[in-house]
Unconditional design. Structure first.
Length: 214
């Protein structure tokens, strides 16, 4: 993974803002309800530059995280995976930025459909990444038991990878077929996954003779 890709995504967001800004109205829709109708607006200045600014901040923070983590040495074991996480996060935000500016220009954009499909795709990426993440304090499924048992960490992340990928795939398909229901699919499925992984991490930890005291 090339480390310049995140910078390129941020520059792309800035370029689109520069291109669109003179043609944007004074008020820009930035939030939509379940019906697909906008119910929140921002000024042209905020709407055009908010997401590129957030992308830059997130990039800086995610670059700093490995250096701040007490388990920073473990990041060397999943560097490429961590880079993919950065790229996926910024790519999702760039997509949202393009949709918002297109809608602001009066183009017909089915925000609900594309956003839910995008979230589903992002969950699939998370599912692929999770089994490859090594113990750390910022990325992954961190419960009191995964953090004190390598067996619990590895087993929970393998299961979590499958579950996140499945939820992501279902949400992606639902996003295109029935976007209004996709949100409830995501919330119900995501909630069930969180509970299941929390419980599973404890069960594995309980049976690990090498577990450490919390």
């Amino acid at each position: 993974m090339k480390k310049w890709i995140p910078a390129a995504l941020i520059l792309a967001a800035l370029a689109v803002s520069v291109l669109y800004y003179p043609h944007l109205p004074e008020r820009i829709p930035t939030h939509w309800g379940l019906s697909g109708e906008p119910n929140g607006w921002s000024s042209r200045l905020l709407g055009a530059w908010m997401i590129p600014l957030l992308m830059a901040i997130i990039w800086v923070v995610m670059r700093a995280v490995p250096h701040l983590d007490p388990k920073h040495a473990n990041y060397a074991n999943f560097t490429s995976v961590y880079e993919w996480l950065i790229v996926a996060t910024l790519a999702f935000m760039l997509g949202a930025h393009l949709l918002i500016l297109a809608a602001a220009r009066g183009q017909v954009v089915d925000i609900g459909r594309f956003v839910m499909a995008g979230i589903g795709a992002f969950f699939i990426v998370i599912g692929v990444i999770l089994p490859k993440v090594h113990p750390n304090w910022f990325v992954g499924i961190r419960t009191p038991w995964t953090m004190t048992s390598d067996l619990s960490w590895n087993s929970t992340h393998r299961l979590g990878g499958w579950l996140f990928a499945v939820i992501g795939a279902v949400t992606l398909v639902a996003g295109f077929i029935m976007p209004k229901a996709a949100l409830w699919v995501l919330l119900a499925g995501g909630g069930a996954v969180v509970v299941a992984l929390f419980a599973y991490s404890y069960v594995v930890w309980k049976g690990d003779p090498a577990r450490r005291d919390r």
